[in-house]
Design a protein around this ligand. Structure first.
Ligand code: SAH
Ligand code: SF4
Length: 347
């Protein structure tokens, strides 16, 4: 069975032509599943019964199922979703004043193995399929529509579990589906992919002709410190990473966001801030400072508020546009991978 939610429009058009149909069938199907929210083929009244039967034989509209929900007082919703093979991933909905942002996972587990991240602890189990990423948004939209406040997912960050550029093709198809006007119609500028710094991925992404955003998980400004936090830095050291960022800026004509976790005593001194300015000052990117979310899986501690603000002030004084990431769901298992770890340890 082919899952319709996994098909980027060009691929669906090709399949329809192979079925002896006109390419516009693809748009018609998109309208049914994404706009009219049909969940089975019988609803598709303007498609002949005969072709509906063909569709039913070969295609399905399966979504992941919700196995655990956490609701935070601030409106954040954290889901544990179960895929067909029983594997589970986390998806989070964050409510901003400008809309609802979904934090989507791209893999079950992660092979990059950053020392501070609970998603990486057990390694990668598998890549997520396109339909499993689209499914994360559809399940959230369904919950929002049942809440009846007229909300829907308006922003997407591929910042859940997994390294998106280690599942490159599926992530690109996912982006094209959610961005398509007949798909979920989420504006390109409302879509962000976050990478640990896979250089080939950054270069390829620069050439996709997308107006989507790119975030780089930097977290340290010299190779020694960065390698301790992110062993991927051995493969793609800062020199290569920064070259790739500059190439991206040139080719895509977009600026990146640098994500920088602040961990007490590890990367949060003013000397670290000075090095960061040196490292990125020739690029146009801005910095998103992330106070570390402590987990019981390692000894890293969050930097004090004073440290965080001193770091921010230093960057700002040195003409680097910077913000401190707003925190969500601090009363639930907020850190990446924590909910899955908790639920799966219990069972
Ligand atoms: N693999 C990609 C995208 C997923 S991780 C990447 O690394 O960019 C998304 C972000 O969550 C990364 O910036 C990562 O550093 C951050 N993160 C991981 N564990 C965290 C924690 N305990 N507290 C705060 N941020 C964390
Ligand atoms: Fe993987 Fe990103 Fe976690 Fe690193 S921070 S282990 S790349 S999910």
């Amino acid at each position: 069975m082919i899952n319709l939610y996994g098909l980027e429009i060009k691929k669906l058009e090709k399949l329809m032509v192979e079925e002896g149909q006109k390419p516009y069938r693809a748009t018609q199907l998109y309208t049914w599943i994404y706009e009219k929210k049909a969940t089975n083929f019988d609803e598709m009244s303007d498609i002949s019964l005969k072709f509906r039967n063909v569709l039913k034989e070969k295609y399905c509209l399966d979504l992941p199922t919700v196995s655990y929900v956490q609701n935070s007082a601030d409106g954040t919703i954290k889901l544990l979703l179960k895929m067909k093979d029983g594997m589970q991933v986390e998806t989070v909905l964050m409510r901003y004043n400008y809309g609802c942002a979904a934090c989507v996972s791209s893999q079950v587990g992660c092979n990059i193995g950053c020392s501070f991240c609970s998603s990486g602890l057990l390694g990668k189990k598998r890549d997520l399929l396109v339909e499993e990423m689209v499914g994360q948004i559809l399940v959230l939209n369904d919950i929002l529509s049942k809440e009846g406040r007229g909300e829907r997912v308006s922003h997407v960050v591929v910042m859940g579990t997994g390294e998106p550029f280690d599942n490159y093709d599926n992530v690109m198809d996912f982006i094209r589906i959610i961005n398509n006007q007949k798909g979920l119609s989420i504006g390109a500028r409302h879509i962000t992919v976050s990478t640990s710094g896979i250089v080939e991925g950054i270069k390829k992404y620069a050439r996709e002709g997308l107006q989507t955003n790119l975030a780089i998980s930097l977290h340290a400004s010299n190779d020694e410190k960065r390698t301790k936090l992110m062993k991927i830095n051995k493969v793609y050291p800062l020199k290569d990473l920064m070259e790739a960022v500059k190439e991206y800026e040139q080719i895509a004509q977009r600026r990146v966001t640098y994500e920088y976790l602040l961990i007490q005593g590890v990367n949060d001194t003013l000397e670290d801030a000075r090095e960061l300015v040196e490292l990125i000052k020739d690029t146009k990117g801005y910095v998103n400072l992330i106070p570390y979310n402590e987990t019981n899986l390692n000894d890293y501690k969050r930097s004090s508020n004073n440290r965080v603000h001193a770091f921010l002030d230093y960057l700002t004084k040195n003409h680097i546009t910077s913000t401190i990431r707003k925190e969500f769901g601090s009363d639930i298992d907020a850190a990446c991978g924590q909910l899955k770890a908790k639920v799966e340890n219990k069972t």
